[in-house]
Ligand binder design. Sequence first.
Ligand code: SF4
Length: 391
Amino acid sequence: MSRADEIITRLTQIAEDNHGYAGAWKLKTGGKVVGILPMNFPAELAHAAGALPVVVQEDRSPITLGRSLIFEFYCGYTRSLTDQAATGALDGFDGLFLVDHCVALLGAVDAMRFVLPDMPIYLAQFTASMDEAWTPVEVAKKVNLLRHRLETLCGSTITADGLRDSIALFNRDRRLLRRIYALRRNGRIGLTSAEMQALVKSAMVMDVAEHADLLDELLETIEHERPPVAGGVRVHFSGHFCHAPRPELLTLIEECGASVVDDDLFTGYRYIATDVPESGDPLEALTHWYFDRNTNVPCSTRAQTSVDWESYLVRTLAANAAQGVVMLMPKFCEPHMLYYPELRKELLERNIPHLLIETEHEGLALETVRVRVEAFIEQIKRGARGVLEPA
Ligand code: SF4
C-alpha cells in the first residue's frame, strides 16, 4: 500500500469510528470532548478551551428509541441525533454546543435535552438575517457567550493568544484540504468522492494538529501515488447540509461515469471554504467568519441580499468547466427544499443539466438511483441541456 493510501485509509477509519477516536483522545489527554452540531459553530473556540471539538455525525444505525421523540417528517440527521441521544451513543460527549439554523435542529435539541437531562447542551442563536445593522453586534455577543459557556464546561480560560493559535491551526487544516480540492479539480490527482469526503469528515472529528500533519504528509506523495483517472463527465455535487451523504451513493454516481470536480456539500467544500481572519481581535474574527462563510458559499438557511446560492453555483460550474450538477437533498430538509425552485429555475434558464437525488436515513433505493444517474450521464454525453428529468 502506498503512503497516500495508508493515510487516506487511516483518515477514513477515524471518520467512521470517531467515537473510538474521541474516547482514546480523552484517555490520553484527560481533556473534554465537546460535540458540536452543524453548520455554524466555531470549533476554534472549543479547541482554545482545551477540548476536542467533534462535529456530531449522522449514525448509520436504524432509528429505534428516537422514533417516538421527534416528528417522522424531520430530516434524517435530526432523527438520527435524537436516536443517538436516546440510545446512549452521545454519552461520551462532555457537552453539546450548537448555533441553530433550522426548525428541525431546534426540535432535535429539545428532544436531546429531554433524554439527556444531565448533559450540558448549549444553543446560541445567531441572527439569520445577515444584512441588518444589529446582526454583527448580536452575533458578537453570542460568540462571547459561547466562550464563557465553554470556559465553564472545560474549567479553563480562553485567552486571546490561545484563540489566535487555534484559529491559525484550523486555517492551516482548511488550507491543506483546499489544496487537495484544487489538485483534484485541476485533474492532477485521482481521488474518489468517498475519499474526499473522508478527508473532510476526519477533519470534523480529529485533533486538528494531528489531522493537518497527516494532510501535509499526504500532499508530499499524493501527486506521484494517485495519478488522475482519465475521462468521465465533469459533475458538481451540490447541497446536502449538515451531514455526509452515504459514501456508497457517491461511489455509485462515479461508477455511472461521473467525474466529480467540485462540490458545495457541508461535509465537503462548504466546511473548508473560509478561513477565520488571523489579524485583530480573535473573537471579532470569529464573528467575521460567520459572515464571510455565507458570502463565500451562500447557504439557504441565511438571508443575505448581496449573495445567493444559485449565482455561486453557476459561477463555480463555469470556473470548473463542470458539465452538470447532481443535487443531493436530504428528505425533509426544509431549507434546501424551499430554496430548490430558485436553483432549478436558474439552472433551467442557463441550460445546465442537473439531477435531483433525495437521500434518506434508511431505505435509499440505490439501484433505482443508478438507473437515473446512468440516464443523466448518458444524456450529457449526447449533448442534452437543461433539467434532464422531472424533479
Ligand atoms: S438544515 Fe436540513 S439537514 Fe440540516 S438539520 Fe435542518 S433540515 Fe436537517
